[in-house]
Design a protein around this ligand. Structure first.
Ligand code: URA
Length: 269
């Protein structure tokens, strides 16, 4: 087991699960005594509420005041906007990291919550993590991500400073298959809360799944693109997914036009 400080939370969860199972003996390698004691303390605190969710003390309000009679039960409940409505940004990321709300939790290496600047004017919403994203915990880091960075750079935007990036699904579908309807249903409340908290001035949805979810239609992307929509009052541009562009160079011109449209919306022109 690695002794990285960021592993402490995983370790705490592991210890908490063992405690739930009545197993109190555990062998740890590569951790300092201080790290083990800290993880054990976090596990004990975590065991007092449904695992993976921040304590009420931490989030600072009774769940009833958040519009939910109970915290969602991991592995059983479907996420609803009401469940997540009271969470602040950092709390939302923690809840997502331990989410067990659909089958994708079993196969994931990392939850892929976001990258970029949470105070950015522009939010990019993609489809779902692939293998590289699942390994690193960051969205759009593979070949499609490099292409996305180039497209953003073409309109003077960079992921580090001026863009916030996330996906409809936070966990990788096996073999990079398409997201399933129930997975989108379970996961999209995270995205909706993310949008509310980041409060971007403009959103760009890349690919069919993000475009259809945010426009609330099931029209094909080729028919959706070229128009500025509004998502909860936020201007929304839709375009092809960079991975699709890599397979179909014929869409490059349209994508270029979509990024020009995006730039115009951002410039207020
Ligand atoms: N494709 C996506 O839609 N999102 C990623 O994070 C990576 C590839």
């Amino acid at each position: 087991m690695s002794a990285e400080p960021r592993d402490i939370r995983d370790l705490a969860r592991f210890l908490s699960q063992r405690e739930d199972l009545g197993l109190d003996e555990v062998f740890l390698e590569g951790l300092t005594r201080e790290q083990v004691l800290r993880a054990a303390g976090e596990a004990r605190r975590g065991a007092r509420q449904p695992s993976g969710l921040p304590s009420r003390e931490t989030v600072g309000a009774d769940p009833k005041e958040r519009g939910s009679a109970e915290f969602p039960v991991p592995g059983v409940a479907s996420a609803s906007e009401v469940d997540l409505a009271g969470f602040e940004y950092s709390e939302l990321a923690v809840v997502a990291e331990s989410c067990q709300r659909c089958r994708l939790a079993k196969g994931r290496t990392r939850v892929v919550f976001s990258d970029g600047n949470p105070r950015a004017r522009l939010m990019v919403v993609g489809e779902a993590p692939g293998a590289n994203e699942d390994r690193t915990g960051l969205p759009f880091v593979g070949q499609a991500g490099k292409f996305l960075d180039l497209l953003l750079a073409s309109v003077d935007l960079s992921r580090k400073d001026s863009v916030y990036i996330c996906n409809v699904l936070k966990c990788r579908p096996p073999g990079n298959r398409d997201p399933m309807a129930d997975e989108i249903e379970h996961c999209s409340p995270f995205l909706k809360r993310q949008i509310a908290l980041v409060a971007p001035e403009v959103i760009v949805a890349v690919g069919t799944f993000a475009a259809q979810l945010l426009t609330g239609t099931n029209r094909p992307l080729g028919k959706l693109r070229g128009t500025v929509y509004a998502y909860e009052g936020v201007p929304l541009v839709v375009t092809y997914h960079p991975a699709a562009l890599l397979r179909n160079a014929g869409w490059t011109r349209s994508t270029w036009d979509d990024f020009q449209l995006l730039r115009q919306v951002m410039d207020g022109s």
